[in-house]
Write a protein that binds this ligand. Structure first.
Ligand SMILES: Cc1ncc(COP(=O)(O)O)c(C=O)c1O
Length: 723
């Protein structure tokens, strides 16, 4: 039920309560009705009003119908049926957002009806003792929710059973508390999300290591192509990563065993931090459980420690940075996205010796824009500010070694400098004070990190609660992440092929007038401009085309700028890309979603069709860097072809673990712990085939080189895992 937020408006509008003081109205609205706990005292009073009473009655029915329509639109229902979405064993109404919200709404509707009927005794009696066979509101709500809810059968059955003895039903639906009505509060909060269409639906998507980018849905036999995962390069199932993880798991077990301070600080953690410091050519790095935590912990620590610190924050910064700055309690100046003039105007307001931090991103993940890093460094120098750069959507993807956009801006210098890890004085990456990145996107693992000076890192390590008071990541995860970082440092082909495929999808969509938001990065955002249409498009693609792309709605993007955000990987095939573009085109036609020409006519939105804004933005990866100029460009896979695994990079990723895991050569393999016939546990290790043995036995070396058919015997040492 809507809280009446504007008491003044309510006072003017209501002939019944118009003489009541605003403060009394406020008190009534915030206290529960003693007789009808799901209602506020104000709502109970309002049921007596000749105008509000009937209106509330109608509204309560709408609430029930509203939940049903959210849960039960035809498309969702169809998808559930087709995809076999069934309640998990033991599912209850409370586990399902739709059913539990519908039941709570029904409870409120019952209370409203009872409150309204209090003075009409005969009607009240009838409500309390319904005719046999007459559906109660509770049953109606459950039936309504059942229309399209993942847990519908169970929810409907539960509600029916619960409806029989009303007292028992209430006891099951909510744990009863005296005083504040917690359940009602939750329902009201969720209701707000449903009303502004920002309620989030999480699809059940299980990406398959052997079939990337294919996943199964709730039913294991139903497979879909994933077009929105942030495992940007498919490193989550790269064979050398999996091999390293298996070996580490067998040696060190699963969990880390404690916080970094107490028993959870191992050689794997320290080595990963060195690897990351080397990647960014910084003296030190520190690993956190995620980059959300890294950003939050670092910004909150810095801002609270630096005396009088002021943050300068791009208005499109990620929630983790915003939270960190808020938690610090430091002052914040928000500058317009990528707007150097606005940033400078804000910096200039403060004396040079005031501690300042400019917090921004390299790749903005929802629109695909790229921050003006070099120019921001210039302003930071001029005004005495630190630079804090979030490279979460860029690490692994930009630069010759995958260190991000800051590295990419001096591509040739970093390429020439090789793997030394030494800073390149004056380079953009060197000028950035603090870089943060994730291990959970391009590196296909989980975790986040910061990189910077020794003392900065030591200070965060020593003060940040988000680093200190939490169990550290498991050694196998850490090792997998390190193998991934090392592999990508030594192999540029995945980055290049990703860019090739991104260009293909953008070009094909643009040719069909599909409104791709122009940008220089790998993100392919397609404007829809309406939250329900965006969800409907996502549902249709999934339900009718087996294509999974999540709709991006408010608050992740501004209202009216809702979109589909596609991520294209080096592992998507020619056929998959063709199918995607055709399906998107069809769905846009069927749902009558605006094309680029429509946006132009309407004056444009979100940089699409806006007069004076470019329709095309040059990609940051040049033709030369992708290998188009010298002909070394990797070729897009076709259905059935094996992805490229680079042998030199495999060797490099293996060698760094020699001291901890021992040496391994030859075919990529993994140890498996298996339960034997007697019920005991044993370790099964497939025989390692060395390069020499393979040659002697004439076994074809299975790993492909950079290009299909171009197999380098010298370099090849491995193959995809056999499982
Ligand atoms: C810009 C940005 N920074 C930080 C994060 C958090 O990273 P992680 O997923 O490692 O917590 C995200 C996550 O999507 C992000 O988009």
């Amino acid at each position: 039920m809507d809280k009446l937020q504007s008491f003044t408006r309510f006072k003017k509008a209501c002939p019944y309560l118009c003489r009541t003081k605003t403060s009394t109205l406020r008190n009534l609205s915030t206290s529960s009705s003693p007789r009808f706990p799901s209602l506020s005292a104000l709502t109970e009073r309002a049921t007596k009003c000749p105008v509000m009473g009937p209106a509330l009655n109608v509204r309560s029915k709408e609430i029930i119908a509203g939940y049903a329509s959210v849960a039960g639109n035809i498309d969702v229902d169809k998808i559930h049926k087709e995809k076999g979405v069934v309640p998990p064993p033991g599912a209850t109404v409370e586990m399902c957002p739709h059913a539990s919200a519908a039941r709570a709404a029904a409870r409120m509707a019952e209370d409203l009806a009872a409150a309204a009927a209090k003075k009409k005794a005969p009607k009240a009696a009838a409500a309390e003792h319904p005719k046999p066979g007459a559906a109660t509101t509770k049953e109606a709500a459950a039936a309504a929710a059942a229309a399209g809810c993942p847990f519908h059968q169970k929810a409907a059955a539960d509600a029916k059973a619960a409806a029989a003895p009303p007292a028992a039903a209430e006891a099951k639906a909510t744990k009863s508390h005296t005083g504040f009505n917690y359940e009602k509060f939750y329902v009201e909060e969720l209701d707000k999300k449903h009303k502004d269409k920002s309620y989030r639906y999480f699809n059940n998507i299980n990406r398959l290591a052997q079939k990337f980018p294919v996943a199964h849905t709730a039913r294991v036999t139903d497979e879909v192509e994933v077009w929105c995962a942030n495992d940007y390069l498919g490193m989550g199932n790269n064979p050398v990563v999996l091999e390293t993880m298996h070996r580490t798991l067998d040696k060190y077990g699963h969990g880390a065993g404690g916080t970094r301070n107490i028993a959870g600080n191992g050689a794997m953690h320290l080595a990963l931090e060195q690897e990351l410091a080397n990647l960014h050519r910084k003296p030190a790095a520190l690993v956190f459980s995620s980059c959300y935590v890294a950003n939050d912990a670092t910004l909150s620590t810095l801002g609270s420690k630096l005396p009088g610190c002021v943050y300068f924050s791009d208005n499109m910064n990620h929630a983790s940075m915003i939270q960190g700055m808020r938690h610090s309690g430091a002052k914040r100046e928000i500058f317009k996205h990528n707007d150097l003039v606005d940033l400078e105007a804000k910096l200039a307001k403060y004396p040079k010796d005031t501690p300042k931090i400019i917090a921004f991103e390299s790749v903005y993940s929802m629109c695909g824009s790229i921050g003006p890093i070099k120019e921001i460094c210039d302003l930071a120098d001029k005004y005495g500010a630190l630079t804090f750069l979030d490279e979460v959507h860029a690490v692994g993807l930009y630069g010759p070694r995958g260190a991000g956009v800051a590295e990419h801006l001096d591509y040739d210098a970093h390429l020439a400098a090789g793997q030394s890890g030494e800073a390149i004085p004056g380079s953009v990456m060197d000028r950035i004070d603090i870089i943060t990145g994730t291990l959970g996107k391009s590196y296909g693992a989980v975790g986040g990190y910061i990189a910077g000076s020794d003392d900065f890192v030591d200070m965060v390590r020593s003060y940040a609660p988000g680093f200190i008071f939490t169990t550290s990541l498991p050694p196998s995860t850490i090792a997998g992440a390190r193998a991934s970082v090392a592999y990508q440092k030594h192999y540029v082909g995945d980055r290049q092929l990703k860019q090739v495929n991104v260009r293909t999808v953008k070009d094909k969509m643009s040719a069909l007038d599909i409104p791709v938001i122009p940008g220089p990065s790998h993100i392919v955002p397609v404007l829809v401009g309406d939250p329900e249409l965006a969800k409907a498009a996502s549902d249709k693609l999934l339900g009718e085309h087996d294509i999974y792309v999540q709709a991006i709605n408010y608050p992740t993007v501004a209202r009216g700028e809702e979109r589909l955000r596609f991520t294209v990987t080096p592992r998507h095939t020619v056929e998959q890309m063709d199918r995607l573009v055709k399906a998107v085109d069809q769905v846009f036609t069927e749902l009558q979603i605006n094309r680029l020409a429509d946006w132009k006519r309407l004056g444009g939105r979100a940089d699409v069709g806006v007069e004076g804004k470019p329709e095309y933005v040059e990609p940051i990866w040049t033709d030369n860097q992708i290998g188009i100029v010298d002909g070394s460009v990797p070729r897009t896979l076709r259905n059935g072809e094996k992805p490229v695994v680079d042998a030199k990079a495999v060797s490099a990723a293996r060698n760094i673990f020699n001291n901890l895991l021992g040496t391994v050569e030859g075919k990529l393999q993994a140890n498996r712990t298996v339960v034997n016939a007697e019920g005991g546990v044993e370790l099964v290790t497939s025989t390692v085939t060395t390069k020499g043995e393979m040659r002697k036995s004439g076994v074809a070396l299975p790993i492909v080189g950079r290009m299909e058919g171009e197999v380098s015997q010298e370099a090849v040492e491995a193959s995809a895992p056999s499982s």
